[in-house]
Design a protein around this ligand. Sequence first.
Ligand code: CA
Length: 229
Amino acid sequence: MNDKKRVLVVEDEKAIKLGLEENLKFAGYDVQTAEDGPEALRLGLTSHPDLILLDIMLPGMSGYDVCRKLRDGGAHMPIIMLTARQDEFDKLHGFEMGADDYVTKPFSVKELLARVRAVLMRGRERADEPHEYVFSDCRLDTESRILTRSGKALTLTRTEFELLAYFCRNAGKALSREVVMNDVWGTEYYGTQRSLDSFVSNLRSKIERDAHDPKHILTVHGVGYKFLL
Ligand code: CA
């Protein structure tokens, strides 16, 4: 049995693509490559790679759109975005489109491989956790990524979903805003705490009976949040 992890490298700059391909192969991964958005989308949806390295500026379709369409198409593998400094990568937008992490070009191969390992490891740890959480009239299934309330499916954005799943996994713990942002969005996320608060407020309006008197996502003053199942 071949238990090598398969990485799809999407990059239209040939030198970078080749460098990534060689280094990943050397590190023990199987590698597929694509050079444009539509091909990336096709391979991502049909060949089920374990991880995708996705450039943003691509011919045919941007990396953001590829990412969103993969998620819309039900693909849940981790995606690391490759960004050029001059792209002024919008991190929040990237995460909202479904990216798990990003690295800025030019990057060191060592750093990139560390990210690849970390993201794959995160996925494996999650496989051992319960995937269904029930609170009040809500039920969150983290495998099918569906939240139902009184039996009706509710629409969550990608970030809202990740945040709610994180709260469920860490129910009962007081969580600082820094820790939540770090764990949900990764170590290099520099979004404002206010953006976290606005995601929380959206989530409250979806899952709480009274968003102004929450029973599940509680505010811990001076700290952050505590989720109660
Ligand atoms: Ca490019």
